[in-house]
Structure formats: C-alpha cells, structure tokens
Design a protein around this ligand. Structure first.
Ligand code: PMV
Length: 360
C-alpha cells in the first residue's frame, strides 16, 4: 500500500442515522441457529416511533483509550455496553477493520423512555446502519450501505430490527411462496401492496410501562420445546400467505381477521409455555372488547395487535382516521397509563442524516 493510500483512510469521523420501529402483523416468535426465526413474520414500518443514533469513530492509536462509550437520551449508560460489545464482536467477520476503531455512541428515542414501547428494532437497525456506513467510509465507498447487508447485521442485534431497514411492508423468514425470502434478512414487499394498505395509521395505547415479568429473549427461548411449536410454524406460514393476499388485493376484512388472530395467538403461546406467563393487563382486555364492539356497531376498518407486552397497537386506514381517532380519544384514552397514546403511521424507513470524516 502506498503512503497516499494510507493517508486516504479516514482516522476519524461520524455518522448519524434515524431508524424507525416496526409492528409485526404475523409475529416472529421462537428462534433457531444464529438469531434466525422459526417462522416467517410480516411487519409494517412506523414513522414517529424512531431512534436517532450518532456514532463517532476514531482509529485506535497507542496513546488513546479504546473504550466504547454510549449515551442514551443524554445520559451515559455503561450498562448498555455488554450488549453493544457482543453485537460489535458478531459484526467483526463482516467488517474486519472494526477492531481498529473505537466508537462513541449517542442515541435517543423519539418516544418517552419507559413508555413501554419496545425500542430494540429501531435502535439496533440505526446502530447497524451507522456501523455499515462507517465501514463504507473507511473503504472509501458511498456511506449509503447495501440494505440487504444492513438487514442481516441488524438481525444479529435484535431479530425484529432486520425489518426496520426498509419502509412500508416487510417479510422476514423463508416462505415457499416468496422465492427471495430468507431467514437471514428481511425483504421489502411494497411493490405488491394495494393502495388501501399504503397509508395505514397506528395508534399505540400505552396500557402499562411496567417492566415485563418475562422478556422477549426468554419468551423466544420457551418456544424451543413448546407443545404447539410445529402447529404455530404451520399457522404462521398460512397466515403469511393469507396476509400477503389481503395486502395485495386491498382486503381490510381479511387483514383484520389475520391481525387479531396473530396477536391473540402470540399471547396464547406465552400462556401455554412451560412455565406459562401472562403479559396482558385488565385494561388491555377492556380495550380489545371495546375495539371489537365499535367495529361491529360502525363497520369501521380497525384492528388491534400486540407486541410481547400489554400495550395495544390499533391499525386503521388514513381515510377513516378522523372518526376513529375521535373515538379512540374519548373511549380508549382513559384506559391508558397517564392517558398516553402515541399516534403513528406507516413510514418510509431509515434516513442517513449526516456524515463526516477527516479527509473530506
Ligand atoms: O426482536 P425481538 O427479539 O425483540 O422479538 C420481537 C418479537 C415480537 O415483537 C413479539 C414479534 C415481532 O415479530 O416483532
């Protein structure tokens, strides 16, 4: 390597990405191999629930400390470092020069801390995108990474994060009907989605922000020897096929049936795990009953879904949002902790906000 080439390698710089969260309609529940799913999942990327991450990088030199530092919402968080270090270690084969650099990470969420909104999808996809941009910058390439690679790396940080690197509708996990589908990364389905599903709203009801009695990692683990494991895999495959059909023909009725079936099945699997556990709260059930009653009485296109927790996501088309949001505010807000609802909508995916390095 000539001295010119050595000088061309940036010794420091920084990159900022914003990445959104996503809500799964067909749920990923249970892992195999290296953070691969036991079943396909299909999700909608959100717009307002997002993480902004800036990663500063500097080449390690003998007289400098090589410690990674991390700030979350303005406060230094050394307790997050073991997870970050493990993630960086997993990325080393994809990005060998990573070990020649140390990082200072500033990350923040658009939603209040401990609002009970899972942030691993947005935070791990933002972080994976930052590291890939840095890798590209160090190689002298465009800071915009290949999104299939970004999805693969984000998956290693948190499974659901692999679906957050694209906007709109995304499928993760092998499905015989979709040749390009993979357990290693998500693929985008927007080209086959009907316009009825290209403007979806999501009202996130915070029923409780208490820490969950059983976290997602332990929940995935309990699927390994679950009595209903094979039936669940078969069901998820069929629900994925039917959901793709509903999304491509614009059928809200079929969408509602599949969405609620998946949400209740996820919690049914938790309750029937060994040992079983329950994450739903009384107000979750009251809200579900109210939503079903309202749909029956008005014919509104409105569906609920759940993550691995008590909080509800309510999905509806933008064109019905005015009347539905009036109803949500008057009937469901009182069921929420501190009356908190986050109104969100379908989003376009992550954004590279800025980047700089010392030989620009
Ligand atoms: O990505 P994880 O490990 O946080 O698991 C997410 C699991 C669910 O949110 C319940 C379902 C999903 O597909 O996002």
């Amino acid at each position: 390597m000539s001295s010119n080439q050595i000088n061309a390698i940036p010794s420091k710089g920084k990159v900022t990405w914003i990445a959104p969260s996503n809500i799964a309609i067909v749920k990923y529940w249970g892992k195999q191999a290296l953070q691969e799913p036991i079943n396909p999942s299909l999700s909608l990327t959100l717009n307002n629930a997002k993480t902004t991450t800036t990663v500063e990088f500097e080449r390690i030199s003998n007289n400098k400390s090589a410690q990674i530092k991390l700030w979350f919402n303005g406060a230094e968080k050394p307790e997050f470092l073991p997870k970050i270090n493990r993630f960086i270690e997993q990325l080393t084969p994809f990005f060998p020069s990573i070990k020649n650099y140390y990082f200072t990470i500033h990350t923040s969420n658009s939603f209040p801390h401990s609002a009970g909104i899972a942030s691993s999808a947005s935070s791990m996809s933002a972080f994976a995108l930052c590291l890939l941009s840095i890798s590209n910058i160090i190689k002298g390439e465009s800071p915009y990474p290949d999104l299939k690679t970004a999805s693969t790396l984000a998956r290693l940080g948190s499974g659901s994060a692999c679906r957050s690197v694209f906007g709109g509708w995304n499928l993760w996990g092998e499905h015989t009907q979709i040749a390009e589908s993979s357990n290693a990364y998500a693929i985008n389905l927007n080209h086959q989605i009907h316009s009825n599903f290209m403007d979806v709203k999501d009202a996130i009801l915070i029923i409780s922000s208490d820490e969950k009695s059983v976290g997602s990692s332990a929940g995935h683990e309990l699927m390994t020897n679950h009595w209903f494991k094979q039936s669940r895999i078969d069901m998820a495959i069929e629900n994925t096929s039917n959901l793709i059909n509903a999304l491509s023909v614009g059928d809200w009725e079929q969408f509602i049936a599949i969405t609620e079936h998946e949400a209740l099945t996820l919690h049914g699997l938790m309750m029937s795990s060994n040992s079983g556990y329950l994450l739903l709260k009384p107000n979750t059930l009251l809200a579900i009953e109210a939503i079903r009653r309202y749909r029956l009485e008005t014919g509104a296109n409105i569906a609920f879904t759940l993550d691995a927790g008590p909080n509800l996501h309510i999905l509806y088309p933008n064109k019905e949002s005015e009347k539905i949001e009036v109803w949500i505010n008057s009937h469901l807000r009182p069921l929420c902790e501190n009356q908190f609802i986050l109104f969100d909508s379908q989003g376009n995916g992550p954004e590279l906000i800025n980047y700089s390095h010392n030989n620009q």
